[in-house]
Design a protein around this ligand. Structure first.
Ligand code: GUN
Length: 294
């Protein structure tokens, strides 16, 4: 292995320790704890697990969480009504609507309903719009891409003038990640399923962020020697040696790419823990702003 391992678990622990301190200071000043409301619609197993981890992180850091679960048959009006109720609740400083929503629900309308000052996921169109414009500041930045940037900063990546390639153009990761890199003066290329000669485009990257959801797609010959490689993918692949029958792998073939990259995140233990840490950070900031201590 030539690449440095980017330890997301350790870096997330550092961010979370700062958040715990901030939450404590806020409580001492105001008698209030930061509060995160989670909204889970339906029974998607992965979503249930993510929400559980987010609520546990709140408890670990001295923050409140308020779990809200709706059946998969919930109507648009019921989901939006719940979000409105949470918008009006002074103990709720951040609202997280876990995605994906069941198909019959209009995601855009639900995300529109979240008050922008409680939009700790950074998915409201006003926050995404501000993120996408020069010189405008979103109130909150989506947690996974924000976490990718912190990882890169922590391992000393140079942004200015770097070629950054983002694999994937999702609203949750690819698009906001590209904007964050652009604001840091990277030359950014966003790749997707129609991109011609993907390996050749990726080979130009000083910073490569993979967020496509395709198990171990990125191989050694896609990576420029010395590049910073951030793997957002979490994919299940069959593995009969595991009790569960599967193991988790990223979008990057770790064992192959670690031989050429300068630094690389593992899966698990890379980007995943950072998403939660950044959500906690956003929730603390939302609480500080609401309670007038920013
Ligand atoms: N689904 C996958 N990632 C996320 C995330 O970061 N936030 C929410 N709310 N849903 C998700």
């Amino acid at each position: 292995m030539t690449a440095a391992l980017i330890d997301g678990t350790a870096i997330a622990a550092k961010v979370k320790a700062q958040v715990a301190e901030g939450a404590k200071a806020l409580f001492e000043k105001t008698g209030k704890r930061p509060g995160l409301a989670t909204v889970l619609v339906g029974e998607n197993t992965a979503s249930q697990a993510y929400v559980k981890s987010k609520r546990k992180a709140c408890a670990d850091l001295g923050m409140e969480s308020f779990g809200n679960e709706l059946p998969k048959t919930a109507t648009q009006e019921e989901v939006e009504g719940l979000v409105e109720k949470l918008n009006a609740d002074p103990n709720v400083h951040g609202i997280l609507v876990q995605l994906p929503l069941p198909d019959h629900l209009n995601e855009e309308r639900v995300l529109n309903a979240v008050g922008i000052d409680k939009d700790v996921d950074g998915f409201h169109p006003v926050n995404i719009g501000r993120l996408s414009m020069k010189g405008r500041k979103p109130l909150f930045v989506p947690c996974t891409p924000a976490g990718c940037i912190v990882l890169l900063e922590e391992v000393g990546a140079t942004f200015k003038g770097a070629n950054a390639v983002v694999l994937g153009r999702s609203n949750i990761v690819g698009l906001p990640a590209a904007m964050l890199l652009l604001h840091r003066d990277c030359t950014v290329t966003i790749c997707h399923s129609r991109t011609k000669d993907l390996p050749a485009v990726c080979r130009e990257a000083d910073i490569l962020i993979a967020a496509v959801g395709r198990a171990e797609m990125v191989k050694r010959d896609w990576v420029k020697p010395g590049a910073f490689v951030i793997d957002v993918g979490i994919n299940r692949v069959d593995d009969s040696t595991k009790k569960s029958g599967y193991r988790l792998v990223g979008d990057v073939d770790f064992d192959d790419v670690k031989e050429v990259a300068g630094a690389i995140t593992p899966v698990p233990g890379g980007v995943g823990p950072m998403t939660i840490a950044m959500l906690m950070k956003n929730t603390l900031r939302a609480a500080e702003a609401a309670l007038g201590v920013l």
